[in-house]
Design a protein around this ligand. Structure first.
Ligand SMILES: Cc1cc2nc3c(=O)[nH]c(=O)nc-3n(C[C@H](O)[C@H](O)[C@H](O)COP(=O)(O)O)c2cc1C
Length: 188
Protein backbone atom coordinates (compact mmCIF):
# COMPACT_ATOMS: atom_id res chain seq x y z
CA UNK A 1 0.00 0.00 0.00
CA UNK A 2 1.21 3.54 -0.77
CA UNK A 3 2.66 5.31 2.24
CA UNK A 4 1.00 8.47 3.52
CA UNK A 5 3.34 11.15 4.82
CA UNK A 6 2.54 14.55 6.29
CA UNK A 7 5.11 17.30 5.74
CA UNK A 8 4.83 20.37 7.98
CA UNK A 9 6.93 23.36 6.96
CA UNK A 10 7.48 26.00 9.66
CA UNK A 11 9.13 29.40 9.83
CA UNK A 12 12.75 28.42 10.36
CA UNK A 13 15.59 28.93 7.96
CA UNK A 14 16.30 25.79 5.91
CA UNK A 15 13.23 25.69 3.67
CA UNK A 16 15.40 23.97 1.06
CA UNK A 17 15.35 20.85 3.26
CA UNK A 18 11.55 20.77 3.02
CA UNK A 19 11.60 21.21 -0.76
CA UNK A 20 14.16 18.44 -1.23
CA UNK A 21 12.26 16.03 1.00
CA UNK A 22 9.01 16.87 -0.79
CA UNK A 23 10.57 16.32 -4.24
CA UNK A 24 12.11 13.00 -3.19
CA UNK A 25 8.88 11.63 -1.70
CA UNK A 26 6.77 12.93 -4.57
CA UNK A 27 9.06 11.24 -7.10
CA UNK A 28 8.45 7.96 -5.28
CA UNK A 29 4.68 8.34 -5.67
CA UNK A 30 4.06 8.65 -1.94
CA UNK A 31 0.75 10.21 -0.82
CA UNK A 32 1.67 13.61 0.57
CA UNK A 33 -0.20 16.02 2.85
CA UNK A 34 1.39 19.45 3.24
CA UNK A 35 0.92 22.10 5.92
CA UNK A 36 2.84 25.38 5.62
CA UNK A 37 2.74 27.79 8.57
CA UNK A 38 2.10 31.46 7.82
CA UNK A 39 5.65 32.31 8.94
CA UNK A 40 7.10 29.64 6.68
CA UNK A 41 5.51 31.03 3.52
CA UNK A 42 7.79 34.08 3.28
CA UNK A 43 10.93 32.15 4.20
CA UNK A 44 10.11 29.45 1.64
CA UNK A 45 9.81 32.11 -1.05
CA UNK A 46 12.99 33.95 0.03
CA UNK A 47 15.18 30.88 0.40
CA UNK A 48 13.95 28.63 -2.41
CA UNK A 49 11.92 30.88 -4.71
CA UNK A 50 8.86 28.65 -4.50
CA UNK A 51 5.43 29.36 -3.05
CA UNK A 52 2.38 27.29 -2.19
CA UNK A 53 1.64 27.02 -5.91
CA UNK A 54 4.64 24.70 -6.32
CA UNK A 55 2.94 22.07 -4.15
CA UNK A 56 -0.54 22.71 -5.54
CA UNK A 57 0.70 22.05 -9.08
CA UNK A 58 1.95 18.62 -7.96
CA UNK A 59 -1.56 17.61 -6.99
CA UNK A 60 -0.95 16.90 -3.31
CA UNK A 61 -3.24 17.81 -0.39
CA UNK A 62 -2.46 21.21 1.15
CA UNK A 63 -3.98 22.50 4.38
CA UNK A 64 -4.11 25.88 6.12
CA UNK A 65 -2.30 25.78 9.46
CA UNK A 66 -5.15 27.81 10.99
CA UNK A 67 -7.82 25.24 10.08
CA UNK A 68 -8.00 22.36 12.53
CA UNK A 69 -11.30 21.10 11.14
CA UNK A 70 -9.73 18.74 8.57
CA UNK A 71 -9.42 14.96 8.44
CA UNK A 72 -5.67 14.81 9.16
CA UNK A 73 -6.32 16.44 12.57
CA UNK A 74 -8.15 13.34 13.75
CA UNK A 75 -6.67 10.19 15.21
CA UNK A 76 -8.89 8.30 12.77
CA UNK A 77 -6.68 9.44 9.85
CA UNK A 78 -4.01 6.76 9.51
CA UNK A 79 -0.66 7.92 8.22
CA UNK A 80 2.85 6.50 8.18
CA UNK A 81 4.77 9.51 9.40
CA UNK A 82 4.89 13.24 9.93
CA UNK A 83 8.00 15.32 9.31
CA UNK A 84 8.25 18.87 10.69
CA UNK A 85 10.91 20.40 8.45
CA UNK A 86 12.44 22.82 9.10
CA UNK A 87 11.07 22.95 12.65
CA UNK A 88 11.07 26.38 14.26
CA UNK A 89 11.73 26.54 17.99
CA UNK A 90 8.24 28.03 18.32
CA UNK A 91 6.51 25.02 16.76
CA UNK A 92 8.83 22.63 18.58
CA UNK A 93 7.86 24.27 21.88
CA UNK A 94 4.15 24.13 21.06
CA UNK A 95 4.35 20.41 20.25
CA UNK A 96 6.48 19.62 23.31
CA UNK A 97 3.94 21.31 25.56
CA UNK A 98 0.79 19.94 23.93
CA UNK A 99 -0.57 23.32 22.77
CA UNK A 100 -2.34 21.94 19.67
CA UNK A 101 -3.51 25.46 18.78
CA UNK A 102 -2.86 25.12 15.05
CA UNK A 103 -2.96 22.25 12.57
CA UNK A 104 0.77 21.46 12.72
CA UNK A 105 0.89 21.18 16.50
CA UNK A 106 -2.41 19.27 16.56
CA UNK A 107 -1.34 16.69 13.97
CA UNK A 108 2.00 16.24 15.74
CA UNK A 109 0.08 15.72 19.00
CA UNK A 110 -2.04 13.08 17.25
CA UNK A 111 1.08 11.39 15.87
CA UNK A 112 2.48 11.08 19.39
CA UNK A 113 -0.74 9.85 20.99
CA UNK A 114 -1.34 7.33 18.20
CA UNK A 115 2.29 6.23 18.41
CA UNK A 116 3.00 7.17 14.80
CA UNK A 117 6.36 8.29 13.51
CA UNK A 118 7.03 11.96 14.21
CA UNK A 119 10.30 13.35 12.89
CA UNK A 120 11.30 16.86 13.93
CA UNK A 121 14.06 18.59 11.98
CA UNK A 122 15.32 21.67 13.86
CA UNK A 123 17.92 23.93 12.30
CA UNK A 124 18.43 26.43 15.10
CA UNK A 125 21.90 27.11 16.50
CA UNK A 126 22.98 27.72 19.21
CA UNK A 127 20.34 26.14 21.45
CA UNK A 128 19.16 27.48 24.80
CA UNK A 129 18.00 25.40 27.78
CA UNK A 130 14.36 25.79 26.75
CA UNK A 131 15.03 24.39 23.27
CA UNK A 132 17.05 21.49 24.72
CA UNK A 133 14.41 20.67 27.34
CA UNK A 134 11.68 20.75 24.71
CA UNK A 135 13.67 18.39 22.50
CA UNK A 136 14.22 16.00 25.40
CA UNK A 137 10.49 16.09 26.20
CA UNK A 138 9.66 15.28 22.59
CA UNK A 139 12.20 12.51 22.33
CA UNK A 140 10.85 10.94 25.53
CA UNK A 141 7.32 11.21 24.11
CA UNK A 142 8.40 9.19 21.09
CA UNK A 143 9.45 11.79 18.52
CA UNK A 144 12.70 11.52 16.57
CA UNK A 145 14.79 14.68 16.80
CA UNK A 146 16.79 14.80 13.58
CA UNK A 147 18.73 18.07 13.48
CA UNK A 148 19.57 19.47 10.06
CA UNK A 149 23.27 18.88 10.60
CA UNK A 150 24.67 17.35 7.43
CA UNK A 151 27.84 15.28 7.38
CA UNK A 152 30.66 15.88 4.93
CA UNK A 153 32.16 12.43 4.51
CA UNK A 154 30.29 11.99 1.23
CA UNK A 155 32.25 14.99 -0.12
CA UNK A 156 29.40 17.31 -1.09
CA UNK A 157 30.11 19.58 -4.04
CA UNK A 158 27.06 21.79 -3.88
CA UNK A 159 24.05 22.71 -1.75
CA UNK A 160 21.99 19.88 -3.21
CA UNK A 161 24.60 17.35 -2.09
CA UNK A 162 24.51 18.80 1.44
CA UNK A 163 20.74 18.86 1.63
CA UNK A 164 20.28 15.35 0.31
CA UNK A 165 22.21 13.96 3.27
CA UNK A 166 19.38 15.11 5.54
CA UNK A 167 16.69 13.78 3.18
CA UNK A 168 18.44 10.39 3.16
CA UNK A 169 18.42 10.29 6.97
CA UNK A 170 14.73 11.15 7.05
CA UNK A 171 13.87 8.50 4.44
CA UNK A 172 15.75 5.94 6.55
CA UNK A 173 13.62 6.90 9.53
CA UNK A 174 10.47 6.53 7.42
CA UNK A 175 11.67 3.13 6.22
CA UNK A 176 11.73 4.29 2.61
CA UNK A 177 14.47 2.90 0.36
CA UNK A 178 16.79 5.45 -1.16
CA UNK A 179 20.16 5.67 -2.81
CA UNK A 180 20.73 9.37 -2.13
CA UNK A 181 23.86 8.79 -0.05
CA UNK A 182 25.89 5.57 -0.21
CA UNK A 183 26.22 3.81 3.17
CA UNK A 184 29.28 5.04 5.04
CA UNK A 185 31.23 1.77 4.81
CA UNK A 186 31.17 1.89 1.00
CA UNK A 187 32.63 5.36 1.03
CA UNK A 188 36.06 4.50 2.40
C1 LIG B 1 13.90 34.96 7.90
C2 LIG B 1 13.54 34.27 9.19
C3 LIG B 1 14.28 33.18 9.59
C4 LIG B 1 13.95 32.51 10.77
N1 LIG B 1 14.69 31.43 11.14
C5 LIG B 1 14.36 30.75 12.25
C6 LIG B 1 15.07 29.57 12.60
O1 LIG B 1 15.98 29.11 11.90
N2 LIG B 1 14.69 28.92 13.72
C7 LIG B 1 13.64 29.33 14.49
O2 LIG B 1 13.33 28.67 15.48
N3 LIG B 1 12.96 30.46 14.19
C8 LIG B 1 13.27 31.17 13.10
N4 LIG B 1 12.57 32.31 12.76
C9 LIG B 1 11.51 32.77 13.67
C10 LIG B 1 10.19 32.05 13.46
O3 LIG B 1 9.72 32.25 12.14
C11 LIG B 1 9.14 32.57 14.47
O4 LIG B 1 9.50 32.16 15.78
C12 LIG B 1 7.75 32.11 14.16
O5 LIG B 1 6.87 32.56 15.18
C13 LIG B 1 7.64 30.61 14.02
O6 LIG B 1 6.30 30.29 13.70
P1 LIG B 1 5.85 28.89 13.12
O7 LIG B 1 6.51 27.88 13.95
O8 LIG B 1 4.37 28.89 13.25
O9 LIG B 1 6.26 28.84 11.70
C14 LIG B 1 12.87 32.98 11.58
C15 LIG B 1 12.13 34.09 11.15
C16 LIG B 1 12.46 34.71 9.98
C17 LIG B 1 11.63 35.92 9.54
Amino acid sequence: MTKKIIIAITGASGAVYAKHLFDSLHKKGIELHIIISENAKGILKDETGIGEGYFKKKNVSIYENSNINVRIASGSFRFDGMVVIPASMGTLGRIANGYSNNLISRVADVALKERRKLIIVPRETPLNDIHLNNMLTLSRAGAVILPASPAFYHKPENIDDIVKFITARILNQLDIDNDLIPPYAEEI
